[in-house]
Each structure stands twice: as C-alpha cells, then as structure tokens.
Design a protein around this ligand. Structure first.
Ligand code: ZN
Length: 103
C-alpha cells in the first residue's frame, strides 16, 4: 500500500541540518544528557523549506533511542515513528503563512 493511502498527512521530509546548526543540536543533547531538557522548544527560524528538515532532524536526535554522536540512528522505533510522522508526543506547530499577503 502506498504511503499516501495509509496516511495522507505524512510529510515528505528529509531530516537534515546545516553545519552551523550542529552546535545548537549538541547544546540540546547536552541538556538532555543532564536531564535538563525543557518540555517544549520554541524555534524561530528564517523562512525556507529547509526548516522542516532541520526540525525533523533535531527532533529525531532528541528522541532517538540508540543514536551516537548526537545523531539519530534512523532505525529505532522512535526514529521510525518520526519518519512516518506518527510519533505520539511530537507536535509541530507554526504560524500559518498567507501567500496572498506574504505574511
Ligand atoms: Zn533512532
């Protein structure tokens, strides 16, 4: 069964990050290792389609059960749920963009 028939809301997201975003990922992973990670994270990112990939990568990094070097493994149950956009505790919220008014 094609994915689109299974869940029409699965985004086509390739988890990725840009080199200058790595220190931020490492900082959050350090907080997580110290058990000081906040319950919610508000990100203010410049516009662009790359943001979704970074958000997914960062979330997978934090939720992964067996990743190394602050990188998600992509294979554990948490990573698989994130890749399928079915992780039960992950909620992505954002502002609605009005194409007409460019706001
Ligand atoms: Zn994983």
């Amino acid at each position: 069964m094609p994915v689109s028939e299974k869940n029409d809301f699965v985004p086509v997201v390739k988890p990725a990050f840009l080199p200058w975003q790595k220190p931020f990922i490492d900082q959050l992973k350090d907080l997580q290792k110290q058990n000081r990670l906040p319950h919610a994270i508000l990100l203010s990112l410049p516009g662009g389609e790359d943001n979704l990939g970074f958000i997914w990568y960062l979330s997978m990094s934090l939720l992964c059960q067996q990743g190394e070097n602050n990188q998600p493994c992509g294979e554990c149950s948490s990573c698989q749920l994130m890749l399928a956009n079915t992780y039960p505790d992950f909620k992505l919220m954002g502002l609605e963009y009005d194409e007409k008014n460019k706001k």
